[in-house]
Design a protein around this ligand. Sequence first.
Ligand SMILES: Nc1nc2c(ncn2[C@@H]2O[C@H](COP(=O)(O)OP(=O)(O)OP(=O)(O)O)[C@@H](O)[C@H]2O)c(=O)[nH]1
Length: 220
Amino acid sequence: MVGQVRSRICYSIKSMEGNQQKVEANILVLGAENVGKSALTVRFLTRRFIGEYGDIESIYSHADQIDGRDICFNIWDSLCQQNGEESERISDRQLQWADGYILAYSICDRASFNVVQQQVQCIRQAKQKLASTAPIIIVGNKRDLQHLRTVSSEEGRLLALSADCGYFEVSAAETYHSVLMVFHQLFVLVREARAFKKGNAGFKGIVRSMSAVFGRKWTD
Ligand SMILES: Nc1nc2c(ncn2[C@@H]2O[C@H](COP(=O)(O)OP(=O)(O)OP(=O)(O)O)[C@@H](O)[C@H]2O)c(=O)[nH]1
């Protein structure tokens, strides 16, 4: 609730030229407070690290190109629940909106890593109920603060492996390229998930037709 009161949804739509059909992906950036969700988002959008970002929840639209194809990222930089509320909470609206997730933690903040573990489970359970999949990339941020590290790279990698997620360790403060890789990789996974879903629908269609021919009822 606090998040809703404090939040302000703003849209920054970049113009897109040409008639070629644009592929869109809705990316939800989640994680505990102060892990660098806004820093990662702003780094990707502007290539810059500005240091302080304020408590604003934003949805940005950003035109980009991957493999020579025009695409559009819609990025929801979420605001973490605070004041003892469940920080791992993800709303139904967010779950329905997102095609893919970036779950960020700070390598210097074990509690934020625990939040990511809970959020992975939350997303997987919700998607299972809906019989759908959604790619997740886990991001260990603040890699530049090695001397303050409390979560090892191995732990991050292991979590990603066990939950079938992608994994990156980055520093939004220091580099643009690794942050770019996170968003582009997630887009590729979203595209693959869509293709798989389509293929699956195609297979179901064939079974439906065969069932019709042989008089058996098809149920989803
Ligand atoms: N050293 C270092 N600091 C970072 C990095 N990324 C973000 N920060 C700092 O961490 C603080 C929090 O960054 P934000 O991007 O506002 O974090 P957030 O997760 O969006 O925070 P909330 O919106 O409050 O949940 C800021 O002071 C940033 O300057 C990083 O890679 N390295």
